[in-house]
Each structure stands twice: as structure tokens, then as C-alpha cells.
Design a protein around this ligand. Structure first.
Ligand SMILES: [Zn+2]
Length: 81
């Protein structure tokens, strides 16, 4: 059952990697109450969306695996020399 939940969660993170930004509630910008200026949300750079925690973990996992592979390839090239 736990496997199913984990699978479902990773699937949903793969399909819907973004969630509405918590700072601006998905608007991407703030309207200042004093000045009538609109400024972009710093957390999401004005997109109104942030990566979900699961997707971030997935990206980190991908990056570590890639760097590990690069390291291994470099080691192999060193061996050939
Ligand atoms: Zn935002």
C-alpha cells in the first residue's frame, strides 16, 4: 500500500510538477497597498508557480546521479590514458 502511495505521489509530481506559489497565491505579483505599483513575486519570479517538494527531490536525485555518472566517466577516461 505504501508503495502505491509513493508511486502515485511521484507520478503526480511528474505530471504536475508545479503548485501555486504560497507567497503570492498563484498571482505572480503583488499590488502594493500604498503605491499603486505592481511588483513581481520574488519566490516564483512572477510565474505564480513553484516546484513541488517531490519534484525538487526528483531533480536533486537526477542531478546527483548525473554528476556521479560524469565522475565515473572521467575516471574511466583516466584509466584509458
Ligand atoms: Zn509567487
Amino acid at each position: 500500500m505504501l508503495t502505491l502511495v509513493t508511486l502515485g505521489y511521484s507520478w503526480s509530481c511528474a505530471v504536475y510538477p508545479y503548485k501555486p506559489c504560497r507567497s503570492c497565491r498563484g498571482f505572480g505579483s503583488f499590488r502594493s497597498p500604498l503605491l499603486r505599483a505592481i511588483r513581481l513575486c520574488r519566490r516564483c519570479n512572477g510565474t505564480g508557480r513553484t516546484l513541488r517538494a517531490g519534484r525538487r527531490a526528483y531533480n536533486t536525485c537526477l542531478r546527483t546521479r548525473r554528476s556521479y555518472r560524469d565522475l565515473r566517466d572521467r575516471d574511466r577516461r583516466d584509466d584509458n590514458r
